[in-house]
Design a binder for this molecule. Structure first.
Ligand code: SAH
Ligand code: DHB
Ligand code: MG
Length: 222
């Protein structure tokens, strides 16, 4: 098995089950044209986030790490008309691209892009009417993931879902001696989640167009 095979299958699954419409395709094209890195979720992963939000009957969602708003679009489209998605993004250029992409998709009423470093803007959310969130998608700077999940726990309703992207990292997560902050933080995150009785979690390994990685899924217990 190799990357070409994973990409071919991802393309097939995308065509069959998660085809891009005009707004999704334009979001990717414009993100690339603006020089944003192609590190967003794949289409099948975006569809998974969408389905999870639908299954939860989510009305409010928090995303940490917007990039060009691609995952934001999959999530926001799962919400009812009066639903609300707040997405936190540090890079002002990414904020601009994401806002334009969301507006073109007709999602600018539902999805609110909040500029700033997430650890600075998360405290403001405590008083936000969208809280408690039904779902949180954590996908920003990996070394802060333990802090983001602590915040997510504070801000998510019982029965809600916390998803963390990029927790396998090509298998590096099992390397106890790694000094890569993304890996050590992922291992710290796993310890935190495994120990916390308020969370019931699993993680799945994924392969596809963006390589070998995985997602953590944690339900906030009632
Ligand atoms: N969720 C997106 C991908 C996000 S990539 C998708 O799947 O389509 C990670 C994003 O997190 C980048 O845009 C980066 O600028 C942002 N980021 C990095 N550090 C951050 C921080 N401290 N606070 C908020 N956003 C941050
Ligand atoms: C990176 C970030 C992501 O969210 C991702 O899915 C893949 C890579 C990164 O920062 O390299
Ligand atoms: Mg990611």
């Amino acid at each position: 098995m190799n990357q070409d095979r994973w990409t071919a299958v991802d393309d097939y699954l995308t065509d069959m089950l998660a085809p891009a419409d005009e707004a999704l395709a334009a979001a990717l094209t414009d993100s690339e044209a603006a020089g944003l890195p192609a590190i967003g979720v794949t289409a099948p992963q975006g569809k998974l986030l969408h389905l999870l939000a639908r299954l939860l009957g989510a009305r409010t969602i928090l995303e940490i790490g917007t990039l060009g708003g691609y995952s934001t679009m999959w999530l926001a489209r799962a919400l009812p008309e009066d639903g609300r998605l707040i997405t936190l993004e540090h890079n002002p250029e990414h904020v601009g691209v994401a806002r334009a992409n969301l507006a073109r998709a007709g999602l600018d009423k539902v999805a609110d892009v909040r500029p700033g470093a997430a650890l600075d803007t998360l405290p403001d959310l405590v008083a936000d009417p969208a809280v408690p969130f039904d779902m949180v998608f954590v996908d920003a700077d990996k070394p802060n993931n333990p802090r983001y999940v602590e915040w997510a726990l504070r801000l998510t309703r019982p029965g809600g879902l916390i998803v963390v992207d990029n927790v396998v990292r090509g298998g590096a997560v099992t390397d106890e001696s790694s000094t890569d902050p993304a890996v050590t933080a992922t291992r710290e995150l796993m310890d935190l989640v495994a120990r916390d009785p308020r969370l019931d979690a699993t993680a799945i390994q994924t392969v596809g167009g963006k390589g070998y990685d995985g997602m953590l899924l944690a339900r906030v217990v009632e």
